[in-house]
Design a protein around this ligand. Sequence first.
Ligand SMILES: O=C(O)CCC(=O)C(=O)O
Ligand SMILES: [Fe+2]
Length: 357
Amino acid sequence: MVAITVPISVDTIPLVKCANAAAAAVPSVDLSAPGAAAAVADACRGVGFFRATNHGVPAALAEALEERAAAFFALPHKDKLEASARPLGYGSKSIGCNGDVGWLEYILLSVGSGSVAAASLPPLLRAALEEYTDAVREVGARVLELMADGLGVAEEHRGVLRRMVAPDEADELVRVNHYPPCPCPLAAGQRGVTGFGEHTDPQIISVLRSNRTGGLQIMLPDGRWVPVAPDPDSLFVNVGDSLQVLTNGRFQSVKHRVVAPAEGQQSRLSVIYFGGPAPAQRIAPLPELMREGERSLYREFTWAEYKKAAYKSRLGDHRLGPFELPAAKEPNSSDQHSSSNAVQPPARAPPHVAPVY
Ligand SMILES: O=C(O)CCC(=O)C(=O)O
Ligand SMILES: [Fe+2]
C-alpha cells in the first residue's frame, strides 16, 4: 500500500454517508448504436452523466497509463513533489487553493502546454498520458456531436459544441487521481472518508475512466446519491457547468463525489479528461438551440471569467449561482423550432439540493 504523507490529519477530512440506491440508476449508452444521439441527450437531460460503452479507446492505452501512474504514485513523497507546480502538477490531500481536502493524491496537467509540472513527470508516464488523452479527446468530440444531434441541432451546425473543445484553442486538463485505502476506523460500514468532495465540473465535458475500485457517486435530480459501479472497460461522461449554460439548462451538470476506499480495499485510480473552451469563448446559450421567445437563464460570461470564479470558490459551492438570471419566460409550446427535430425546453430547474453530509 502507498501512504500519502503530508501533514494534514485524516481527522480533518470530512466523512461521507454512503448511499444505498441502486447502481442501475446510472444510464448507459452504446456509442456505436444507431440510437446513441437520443440516448446521450436523454441521459444528459435526466442525470447529466452516463456510462459510455463501445467508445473505441484501446484498453492497452488505459492499462499502460494505469500501470505508469501507479508506479509514479509509489515513489517517495519527496520525489513526487518535484512534479508539483501549484495549482498544476502533483498534489496531495489539498484540492484547489481554498481549503478543500480529500483522501487522495493526484496529478493535474494542462494538456499540450509543455508545463513545468509535465516536464518533471517520468517520460514514460508523460507519453502514456499524451497517448491516452489523444484517444479520449476523440471520444469527447464524438459525444459532443451526438449531444448536438440529440438536442435537435440541424445537421450543418452539429459541430458547434465539438469545435469549442478543438485542440490548440481549447483549455483542456487531464487529472489522474489516486485514492489509497484510508486507515480510518469506520462505524459498521455506514460511513466513508471523503476522497474528493462533492462538486460539479466547471468545463463543458469530462470523460472519466477508473480501475476496478468504486467510490464515485453521483447525485440524482431528486437529491439521492448513487454509487457508480466501476467498469474499466467503459468511460463515464459528465455534463459540466459550461454545457449546462450552452444548452440553457436542457442539460444539467452533475454533482459528484468520491468516497475513499476503506482499509483492506484496493486503491482507486481514475483518469479524467476535462474539455473546456478557449479562454475568450463566450459561454451563453447556443442560438442553434434557442426557441423563439426563449430567454437565457444565465448572464453571459467568458470561460476565463468562469474559471477564475471557480478557482476562487470552494469545491461544493454552487458556482453557477452568481451567473443565474431570474426565471426566464417559459417558451410557448407553439414556438417555431430552429430545426425539424423538436428542441425541448429546459427539462428541470437547476437543482439547489442540500448536501447529504
Ligand atoms: O476520481 C474520480 O473518480 C472523480 C474525481 C473528480 O470528480 C474530479 O477530478 O473532478
Ligand atoms: Fe469532478
